[in-house]
Structure formats: structure tokens, C-alpha cells
Write a protein that binds this ligand. Structure first.
Ligand code: ATP
Ligand code: MG
Ligand code: MG
Length: 377
């Protein structure tokens, strides 16, 4: 049994590591040059993409920004899961917003602009505090501009007028003052079987995920149901197969969808140690047509991203329940280099472990860690 992943980064790597025990072999394709590589060893194979597409049982993607020609080729093979439509919906904020509106799913108030002069009307409609997002190719907060008040409008227009808004429209969103960010990672099989992980609480810094706490604290059954019903609507409408992540903003008792990710997701990395079956194995199971695994929670877990640094000593592995996942990538500013899963039997124990972690790891990597430890104590 084998699966090809579009993209050869850490998500393909973690899919491969999770697929091995169930006897599924994972290969990856570097989307920039169509080279086939082993996502764990990074060794390249001489096989052509066409040959691999004939051989593999299924194809999936580790990220949504797949070049159009490659997506079309893979779609034509009939083996792509989730579908090209689902991937395109996650890749294009205009499509995404259109689907949310069609399904009447609450989301952040927005406007779509294809001409910089339309920004004035958007300010009138949404107010002067805005987040402006390129409709395609953004991740980790790239391709976004923030406006705090109207005095910034002229400079912002100058910056944005350099973009081709006809080709890549902008989604202008009201900047929300939400209570917190949550995400639901769940999986749907080709027969429509569903399995949900609990909501995770996500802490972002400069538009990038730093920490997830799972299960999120203070989630009542109504909030849980709300999130799962939104997931069901999206997954059914896209006839979705695989893991799908839905990012939410919580305002009072209401969840607004921020965006969706048609793939395994950073806010689901905690499942590698904190759940019975991790998101990577469940994605592989779904895509390969195998029964889904239990999503039962086995630990209170904090997932902490390691961002931008080249290396550090590994003494923190002496903390009970500390697990390191190092991706082996070349360092770059803001690049996700690895993550820790800290596991404990209670939030109070988790808080102590987070405090201990900060003794080993320079705190500038994790600005929110100490606050989080205090909150969970
Ligand atoms: P990802 O890496 O999750 O794909 P992205 O680049 O696609 O990120 P978003 O998820 O749209 O970007 O935004 C990144 C973060 O910016 C959000 O998690 C949130 O913290 C903040 N943000 C985005 N939109 C808004 C908004 N309308 N109001 C307030 N904050 C927002
Ligand atoms: Mg995104
Ligand atoms: Mg996001």
C-alpha cells in the first residue's frame, strides 16, 4: 500500500512516520520541481511523477497552495483525496468565504476587493480596524496587512496598489476582538464516518501559531456541538475525505470560522502523544480507505512550536512527558523547525511542566509560555 503526498515538508514527514506501523508507504513530491523524495530521509528517487501516479493507491496533500498544473495532473489520476475542489477551497479565501456564506456558517465580517479604490467602501462598511489578506498563497500570517486606524489608509493603499488585485483579490476583514482562538481537527472517511478530536486552544504571535493546549479549557457541550456541526456542514458539502481543520474565533458563546485547512494541521500535532490515534495516522487511514482510529484523549497536552532557531540542547527531555519532534530543516526566521508535546495527567501538572520547559529553552522562542503556565496552574 502506498500514498503520494503533494509537498515534502514536515507534515509529509509526520504522515510517513505514522503510516509505517500500519504498513502504508509514503512518498512525497517536491511541488517546485516534481522530484519524488522520501519525506523522512529526503533521499530522491529517479522515478517520474507520472510513473508514481500510476503506481500509488492514493494521493493527498500536505498543504493547499499546490501549483495549478500539478493539481490538475493529480486530479486527472482520480486518486486525489481530499478532492481538488476541497484543496482549492482551502487555498483561495474568496472560494472559502463563498462556501461559508452559502452554508450560512458564521464567519468574520468581510469584503472582497479587486481594485484598490474599493478599499474606502470596505472601511466604511467594516470600520477602520482591519486585517487585509491576500486571497491566495498566505500562511503563518504572510500576505496580510493590518490597519489600526484611518490615518494609515493612504500608506496602505500605496503598498497594496503594487499588487495585481484582478489576479489575486484581497479579502478585507474586520479586526475582531475575540476572546480566544480554538480549532477543531476532525477526520471523515470515504464512507462518511466521522471522528473528532476535542477543540484545541491556540495562541498566536504575529499571525503565527506558537502554542496549542488540548483539550481546550472551559469548553461546554454546546460549544463542542457548535464546532462539530460546522465541521459536518463543511465536510459533507465538500464530500471530504481525510483530516480537515477548522480555525475559530470565540466571541461569547459563538464560534466564527476564521479559515479552514484541508489537511493535517499544526493545531493537531498534540495528537501525536495526546490521543489514541494521531491526526497523521487517521488522515492516512481515511485516504487509504481503512477504518478510522479512536480519537480518545490520553493526556492533557501542550504543543509548543520551535520557531526560527537552528539547534539547542536536548536536556529538557528529562521532563516527564516531554516529547520532541525535530523536523531537520534549514533554519530561517519565522520557520517552524520542530515542536514539543508536553503531556501530563492534569492542567496543573501541565502548568508545572511548562514552567520546567522554560528553564531549558530560551524564552524569546515562546513569548506566551509563562502566561500560559500561570493560567493553567
Ligand atoms: P495559517 O498559518 O493558520 O494558515 P494564515 O496566514 O492563513 O495562517 P489567518 O489564519 O487568516 O492566516 O490569520 C492568522 C492569525 O491572525 C489568526 O490566527 C489570528 O490570530 C489573526 N487574525 C486573522 N484574522 C483576524 C481577524 N479578522 N481579526 C483578528 N485577528 C485575526
Ligand atoms: Mg491559512
Ligand atoms: Mg490560520
Amino acid at each position: 500500500m502506498s500514498i503520494l503526498v503533494l509537498g515534502s515538508g514536515q507534515l509529509a514527514r509526520m504522515m510517513s512516520l505514522a503510516a509505517a506501523p500500519i504498513g502504508v508507504e509514503v512518498q512525497a513530491v517536491d511541488v517546485s520541481n516534481h522530484k519524488i523524495v522520501d519525506p523522512v530521509t529526503k533521499l530522491a528517487s529517479n522515478h517520474s511523477l507520472d510513473k508514481i501516479l500510476q503506481e500509488v493507491d492514493a494521493v493527498t496533500a500536505e498543504f493547499e497552495h499546490i501549483p495549478e498544473d500539478l493539481l490538475a495532473t493529480v486530479h486527472a489520476s482520480g486518486k486525489l483525496k481530499p478532492s481538488a475542489e476541497a484543496i482549492l477551497t482551502g487555498a483561495d479565501r474568496v472560494r472559502e468565504k463563498t462556501l461559508l456564506e452559502k452554508l450560512k456558517i458564521a464567519n468574520c465580517p468581510f469584503d472582497i476587493i479587486t481594485n484598490i479604490e474599493q478599499l474606502d467602501a470596505a472601511v466604511e462598511k467594516l470600520g477602520e480596524q482591519l486585517i487585509i489578506k491576500a486571497s491566495r498563497d498566505g500562511y503563518d500570517g504572510y500576505g496580510q496587512w493590518r490597519m489600526q486606524n484611518k490615518s494609515e489608509l493612504t500608506t496602505l493603499k500605496q503598498t497594496l496598489s503594487k499588487l495585481d488585485l484582478n489576479k489575486v483579490p484581497l479579502v478585507v476583514e474586520k479586526m475582531l476582538n475575540f476572546e480566544r482562538e480554538l480549532s477543531l481537527v476532525a477526520v471523515r472517511s470515504s464512507e462518511g464516518q466521522l471522528a473528532y478530536y476535542p477543540l484545541a486552544e491556540n495562541l498566536h504571535h504575529q499571525g503565527q501559531l506558537h502554542v496549542s493546549i488540548a483539550p481546550a479549557t472551559n469548553v461546554d457541550e454546546a460549544l463542542n456541538q457548535q464546532a462539530q456541526q460546522i465541521f459536518n456542514k463543511l465536510a459533507e458539502s465538500l464530500d471530504y475525505v481525510g483530516v480537515l481543520a477548522v480555525e475559530f474565533f470565540q466571541l461569547g458563546d459563538t464560534l466564527l470560522v476564521n479559515e479552514i485547512a484541508p489537511r493535517v494541521h499544526n493545531s493537531g500535532h498534540w495528537t501525536m502523544q495526546g490521543a489514541d490515534t494521531c491526526q497523521f495516522e487517521n488522515h492516512i487511514r481515511a485516504v487509504r480507505g481503512l477504518p478510522l482510529g479512536s480519537t480518545k484523549v490520553t493526556s492533557h497536552t501542550a504543543m509548543i512550536n520551535i520557531i526560527g532557531c537552528s539547534s539547542f540542547n536536548r536536556d529538557m527531555l528529562s521532563i516527564p512527558g516531554c516529547h520532541l519532534h525535530w523536523y531537520g530543516k534549514n533554519p530561517r526566521k519565522k520557520r517552524k523547525m520542530g515542536h514539543f508535546n508536553l503531556c501530563a495527567d492534569s492542567y496543573a501538572e501541565l502548568s508545572k511542566s511548562i514552567d520546567r520547559l522554560s528553564e531549558y529553552v530560551p524564552l524569546e522562542f515562546f513569548p506566551m509560555l509563562t502566561d500560559e503556565a500561570a493560567r493553567l496552574a
